[in-house]
Design a protein around this ligand. Structure first.
Ligand code: SF4
Length: 95
Protein backbone atom coordinates (compact mmCIF):
# COMPACT_ATOMS: atom_id res chain seq x y z
CA UNK A 1 0.00 0.00 0.00
CA UNK A 2 2.64 2.56 1.05
CA UNK A 3 5.91 2.38 -0.91
CA UNK A 4 8.17 3.00 2.08
CA UNK A 5 6.45 0.29 4.13
CA UNK A 6 6.63 -2.11 1.22
CA UNK A 7 10.40 -1.58 0.97
CA UNK A 8 10.81 -2.29 4.66
CA UNK A 9 8.66 -5.39 4.40
CA UNK A 10 10.75 -6.74 1.45
CA UNK A 11 13.90 -6.81 3.61
CA UNK A 12 12.44 -9.35 6.01
CA UNK A 13 13.26 -13.01 5.43
CA UNK A 14 10.49 -15.36 4.46
CA UNK A 15 6.96 -14.10 4.82
CA UNK A 16 7.53 -12.28 8.09
CA UNK A 17 5.88 -8.90 8.35
CA UNK A 18 6.54 -5.98 10.65
CA UNK A 19 3.42 -5.32 12.72
CA UNK A 20 2.02 -1.90 11.88
CA UNK A 21 -1.11 -0.07 12.92
CA UNK A 22 -2.72 -1.03 9.62
CA UNK A 23 -1.94 -4.76 9.70
CA UNK A 24 -2.53 -5.53 13.39
CA UNK A 25 -6.04 -6.86 13.79
CA UNK A 26 -6.99 -5.09 10.56
CA UNK A 27 -7.85 -1.96 12.55
CA UNK A 28 -7.32 1.45 10.99
CA UNK A 29 -4.70 3.65 12.62
CA UNK A 30 -6.23 5.79 15.33
CA UNK A 31 -5.71 9.53 15.19
CA UNK A 32 -3.14 10.58 17.74
CA UNK A 33 -3.73 14.29 17.29
CA UNK A 34 -7.06 16.07 17.29
CA UNK A 35 -7.89 19.59 16.19
CA UNK A 36 -9.89 22.15 18.13
CA UNK A 37 -12.12 24.41 16.04
CA UNK A 38 -14.08 27.54 16.98
CA UNK A 39 -17.26 28.77 15.33
CA UNK A 40 -16.60 32.51 15.37
CA UNK A 41 -20.23 33.32 14.63
CA UNK A 42 -21.17 31.72 17.96
CA UNK A 43 -18.21 32.72 20.15
CA UNK A 44 -19.12 35.42 22.67
CA UNK A 45 -15.53 36.05 23.75
CA UNK A 46 -16.24 35.53 27.45
CA UNK A 47 -12.99 33.63 28.01
CA UNK A 48 -14.30 30.58 29.85
CA UNK A 49 -12.24 28.35 27.59
CA UNK A 50 -9.13 30.40 28.34
CA UNK A 51 -9.61 29.95 32.07
CA UNK A 52 -9.98 26.18 31.67
CA UNK A 53 -7.18 25.68 29.15
CA UNK A 54 -4.83 28.66 28.69
CA UNK A 55 -2.46 26.51 26.67
CA UNK A 56 -4.95 26.37 23.80
CA UNK A 57 -7.21 29.41 24.20
CA UNK A 58 -6.61 33.11 24.70
CA UNK A 59 -8.83 36.14 24.43
CA UNK A 60 -7.00 38.73 22.37
CA UNK A 61 -6.89 42.46 23.08
CA UNK A 62 -9.72 42.95 20.60
CA UNK A 63 -11.88 40.47 22.54
CA UNK A 64 -11.70 37.77 19.90
CA UNK A 65 -10.72 34.23 20.77
CA UNK A 66 -7.31 33.09 19.61
CA UNK A 67 -6.70 29.37 19.25
CA UNK A 68 -3.08 29.21 20.36
CA UNK A 69 -2.60 25.60 19.36
CA UNK A 70 -5.23 24.00 17.11
CA UNK A 71 -3.54 20.60 17.42
CA UNK A 72 -4.48 18.74 20.57
CA UNK A 73 -2.16 16.01 21.76
CA UNK A 74 -3.79 13.06 23.53
CA UNK A 75 -2.39 14.21 26.87
CA UNK A 76 -4.22 17.56 26.50
CA UNK A 77 -7.50 16.16 25.25
CA UNK A 78 -9.32 16.11 28.60
CA UNK A 79 -8.59 19.81 29.26
CA UNK A 80 -9.74 20.80 25.78
CA UNK A 81 -12.88 18.70 26.15
CA UNK A 82 -13.58 20.46 29.46
CA UNK A 83 -13.40 23.81 27.67
CA UNK A 84 -15.61 22.54 24.85
CA UNK A 85 -18.20 21.30 27.34
CA UNK A 86 -18.11 24.52 29.36
CA UNK A 87 -18.53 26.86 26.40
CA UNK A 88 -21.97 28.42 26.90
CA UNK A 89 -22.25 29.26 23.21
CA UNK A 90 -21.39 25.77 21.97
CA UNK A 91 -18.77 27.46 19.82
CA UNK A 92 -16.03 24.85 20.22
CA UNK A 93 -15.61 21.36 18.90
CA UNK A 94 -12.81 18.82 18.61
CA UNK A 95 -12.34 17.02 15.30
S1 SF4 B 1 -15.94 29.69 26.11
FE1 SF4 B 1 -16.97 29.65 24.10
S2 SF4 B 1 -17.94 31.64 23.90
FE2 SF4 B 1 -16.42 31.81 25.53
S3 SF4 B 1 -14.56 32.56 24.49
FE3 SF4 B 1 -14.43 30.32 24.56
S4 SF4 B 1 -15.32 29.67 22.61
FE4 SF4 B 1 -15.94 31.80 22.90
Amino acid sequence: MVAESDETQKKLPGNRRIPTASNVSGRPQEHSVHTVVVDRDRCAGNGICEVLDPAHFEIGKNGALIILSPSVAPADLSRVHAAVEACPASALRVD
